[in-house]
Design a protein around this ligand. Structure first.
Ligand SMILES: [Zn+2]
Ligand SMILES: [Zn+2]
Length: 121
């Protein structure tokens, strides 16, 4: 658990933009521009996973007292992780993207609903 080495700048594997480290005392685990993350942890911060897949933001939840949480799902193995959104920092998470995701129903639920809607014939 060496927080100093975790909170470093990196280049987003999804959008290719350089991501600066957080300045709010926490450490960055996802891209503020496209909200994608990378599957490197088994438990948050442990860097124990060797999957390395890009994780897409699939939902955003608002937790009173905790703020925004982003649900990430790994493209490679399907693992899901919740991460606190980056706020009050240099390069915070894109607020418009967060709100758009929060307004959307969870993508994993749509398949079942579609089937119900289009079933008939
Ligand atoms: Zn990105
Ligand atoms: Zn994975």
């Amino acid at each position: 658990m060496s927080r100093k080495t975790e909170n470093t700048a990196f280049v987003c594997e999804n959008c290719g933009r350089p991501v600066p480290p957080l300045t709010n005392g926490s450490y960055r685990n996802h891209c503020p521009f496209c909200l994608c993350s990378k599957h490197v942890d088994e438990a948050p911060g442990d860097r124990a996973s060797d999957c390395g897949g890009v994780m897409d933001p699939v939902a955003v939840l608002f937790r009173p007292g905790k703020g925004w949480q982003i649900v990430h799902r790994c493209r490679r193995c399907g693992a899901e992780r919740r991460n606190v959104a980056a706020e009050n920092t240099e390069a915070p998470d894109d607020g418009a993207l967060l709100r758009a995701l929060a307004a959307e129903p969870r993508r994993e639920g749509t398949e079942k609903q579609e089937r119900r809607k289009t079933r008939r014939g």
